[in-house]
Write a protein that binds this ligand. Structure first.
Ligand code: FMN
Length: 196
C-alpha cells in the first residue's frame, strides 16, 4: 500500500554514470522490529546501506528512505532524520503501523502526522508510503501495554465501533501480524524510477 501525497519532481539524467552516483540511504526507527524488518528487506532489494535512525550517516545523500513505527500520533525517528538531511535531498517517509491505510481516514491521519514534521521548503521533495506492522503484546513494555489498555477502554466507551476498533479489542493481549514484505514492491518501483 502506498500513496503519493505531494507533487514530486525527480531529477532525470540521460547519463547513467551520473545517475548511478546518486546516493540512497535507508534508515529505520523501530521499537519492536517491524520497521527494521521492512528497512532491511528494502535495502537488500535495492542494494544500499541501512542504519538505525539514532545515528544515521546522511552525508552526501540524495534520497533517504525512512521507515518509522507509528506511536500514538508520532512517527518514530522522522524528526531526527529530517533534521539531518542535506539541503536539496529527498525523503521517502514510510510509516509502519497497525491501522489499515486502505481506510481513507487512517491514511489521512498518518499523512498529517508526517507533514507536521516536514518544513515547507522541503515538501515537494517528500513522498509518503504506508505499510502495516505488528502488535506483540507479550513482548510489549508495561507502558505500551498500559497505553493499549487505555485505548481499549476508550473504544469500549464509544457508541459506535469501526471494524478496526473491534479488531483492537479482539486481539488485545495477543500477537497480530500484518507484515507483508511484498507490500514493498511499489516502493522499490518508485526508487528505481527515481534512479533513472
Ligand atoms: C503504544 C502504542 C501505540 C501505537 N499507536 C499506533 C498508532 O497511532 N497508529 C498505528 O497505526 N499503529 C500504532 N501502533 C502500532 C505500531 O505502530 C505497530 O506495532 C508497528 O508495527 C510498530 O513498529 P516497530 O516495531 O517498527 O516499532 C501503536 C503501538 C503501540 C504499542
Amino acid at each position: 500500500m502506498w500513496r503519493i501525497n505531494a507533487p514530486f519532481t525527480s531529477v532525470s539524467s540521460s547519463c547513467d554514470s551520473i545517475a548511478d552516483m546518486r546516493k540512497v540511504v535507508v534508515t529505520y526507527s523501530s521499537v519492536y522490529g517491524s520497521s527494521r524488518k521492512y528497512a532491511e528487506a528494502l535495502a537488500g532489494r535495492i542494494g544500499t546501506t541501512v542504519s538505525d535512525a539514532s545515528s544515521p550517516d546522511l552525508s552526501d545523500v540524495d534520497l533517504v528512505v525512512h521507515f518509522g513505527g507509528l506511536y500514538a500520533g508520532t512517527m518514530a525517528g522522522l524528526k531526527r532524520v529530517v533534521g539531518r538531511m542535506p539541503d536539496g535531498s529527498s525523503l521517502y517517509a514510510v510509516s509502519v503501523g497497525i491501522a489499515d491505510p486502505c481506510v481513507e481516514r487512517n491514511a489521512k491521519a498518518i499523512d498529517d502526522v508526517i507533514w507536521k514534521h516536514i518544513p515547507d521548503g522541503m515538501k515537494d521533495r517528500v513522498r509518503i508510503f504506508h505499510l502495516r506492522g505488528r502488535l506483540d503484546y507479550p513482548a510489549m513494555t508495561a507502558r505500551h501495554r498500559a497505553m493499549m489498555w487505555m485505548l481499549c477502554r476508550w473504544i469500549r466507551g464509544r457508541k459506535e465501533r469501526s471494524e478496526e476498533d473491534q479488531m483492537v479489542l479482539d486481539t488485545y493481549g495477543s500477537v497480530v501480524d500484518f507484515i507483508d514484505l511484498e507490500s514493498l514492491d511499489p516502493l522499490v518501483s518508485a526508487i528505481e524510477a527515481w534512479r533513472q
